[in-house]
Design a protein around this ligand. Structure first.
Ligand code: SF4
Ligand code: SF4
Length: 440
């Protein structure tokens, strides 16, 4: 089994959803709100007009530049216009509104399936770009752009199915139920990249998913290999997974490509597999809706652009008022003020936590120099020393401590017996250092 440095074992709280198959919402959303800005590049440009009938998979906004991604209709219905709509990270952003006609009618102009027996690198690249596929984990870079950057520089593809965040089981269900498409996507990504090695990385707590993938791989004598990783948060981080699989250490401030690796999320591999085998763009995704405030936690296969409030309705509504709502996992997710914002291509979970799931805030005590924050940091940082340097205003020392490498995984704050808010402190250290550099 591959190994990782640091990390913690928070309560995983996945038992409420890990055995629940993916299901479409009982009642489809009345409207979907598809933000133009769902990639790391420029927002896409609308190509539809108010009142236009659109079908599932139809292009509704064209990518604007290489680092941008097309947007496609996720339901069939009538375009109501482009409005400023709440965005999960705060504020609002232009989104195309489609009134759902409930017919789920597929666009008749979708491309034909591609055969992996004959598809060239360029055929696959073109298909990935055409289908608006982005990496669907924390990174929202367009997949074709990542491939272009990596060609000739990378020798290893890693499909990240670690899913180490507590509560979240959407990727687990994808591997169990849609493993053939994931495997096809991994093969296609490897071919488009021109790499010699491809791995699917699964955590050891998903043994049934790992076994299911393994049987598919051995049946087909694939060149894709399965790697089982220890169940440890935050293994899903890109640098951690590269190290665990290849033993290569991404340098401070660097990225996986610096050590000849490319990492794609398993949802992205699924999207690529579906684009190859059916010609279908990214219109839906698997999302875990969980937390103690939710009546029936479950995994949904939901149209992109579905308002989050509709996802909660599809999970039976609230059993009690949530104390906290998060998009993403409990350690790194974005705190939501309300549920109006839509499901994005890279949203894997919506968590609505009850009061008993949130630890009572405890006042910070004096550091006891136990060193646990150093032991658990997967980035080899020393949060305790960052704190000391920040308090002393010692920027020369701060520079040596590399606070900008922090991935904000939350392990240090979680483990600290003195309840010192170390993530905020490391973040403040990074900011102080940036200001110091700018002032020079
Ligand atoms: S310093 Fe950053 S990377 Fe290290 S444990 Fe804390 S939050 Fe995670
Ligand atoms: S874990 Fe907390 S108490 Fe222990 S050394 Fe780090 S900051 Fe100090």
């Amino acid at each position: 089994m591959a190994r990782m440095f640091g990390g913690i074992h928070p309560a995983d709280r996945k038992e409420n959803t890990r055995r629940k198959p993916l299901m479409r919402p009982d009642s489809p959303p009345e409207r979907v709100f598809l933000p133009l800005d769902m990639s790391s590049g420029a927002p896409a440009v609308p190509v539809v007009e108010q009142g236009q009938q659109v079908y599932v998979g139809e292009l509704i906004a064209r990518a604007d530049g290489e680092e941008s991604a097309h947007v496609h209709a996720s339901v069939s219905g009538v375009v109501e216009g482009v409005v400023d709509y709440p965005f999960p990270w705060g504020g609002s952003a232009p989104a195309i509104v489609i009134a759902n006609d409930g017919q789920n009618a597929l666009c008749p102009d979708l491309p034909e399936p591609l055969s992996m027996d004959s598809a060239s690198q360029e055929d696959i690249m073109e298909r990935i770009q055409l289908c608006g596929i982005t990496d669907m984990g924390r990174d929202a870079s367009p997949a074709h752009w990542k491939i272009l950057r990596a060609r000739g520089r990378a020798d290893t593809l890693i499909v990240n199915a670690a899913e180490s965040d507590p509560y979240v089981t959407a990727d687990h269900r994808v591997m169990l139920e849609l493993g053939a498409q994931v495997l096809l996507g991994a093969r296609a990504l490897a071919r488009a990249l021109g790499v010699s090695r491809a791995f699917i990385a699964v955590e050891g707590d998903k043994l049934n998913a790992a076994e299911s993938m393994e049987s598919r791989i051995s049946n087909r004598q694939e060149r894709v290999e399965l790697r089982i990783l220890p169940s440890r948060y935050p293994l899903g981080g890109e640098k951690q997974i590269v190290r665990a699989i290849t033993g290569r250490e991404v340098p401070p401030g660097g990225e996986a490509l610096d050590v000849r690796c490319v990492v794609f999320n398993v949802a992205c591999a699924l999207a690529v597999g579906t684009a190859i085998s059916r010609g279908t763009p990214v219109t839906h995704r698997a999302v875990t809706v969980s937390g103690g405030a939710v009546n029936r936690p479950r995994n949904l296969w939901a149209p992109i652009g579905t308002p989050l409030t509709d996802l909660v309705t599809a999970a039976g509504g609230f059993r009690e008022q949530p104390e906290m709502m998060l998009l993403g996992g409990p350690m790194t997710g974005v705190v939501l003020r309300d549920l109006t914002s839509p499901l994005l291509k890279n949203t894997n979970s919506l968590l609505c936590l009850a009061g008993w799931e949130r630890p009572e805030p405890i006042p910070a005590a004096t550091c006891m120099r136990c060193g646990q924050c150093v032991d658990v940091c997967p980035m080899h940082l020393a949060p305790v020393l960052v704190r000391r340097a920040l308090e002393a205003g010692d920027m020369a020392q701060m520079y040596k401590l590399h606070p900008s490498d922090c991935m904000e995984c939350g392990c240090c704050s979680y483990i600290c017996p003195a309840h010192i808010p170390l993530v905020s402190i490391v973040r403040a250290g990074r900011k102080a250092l940036e200001e110091e550099v700018e002032a020079q």
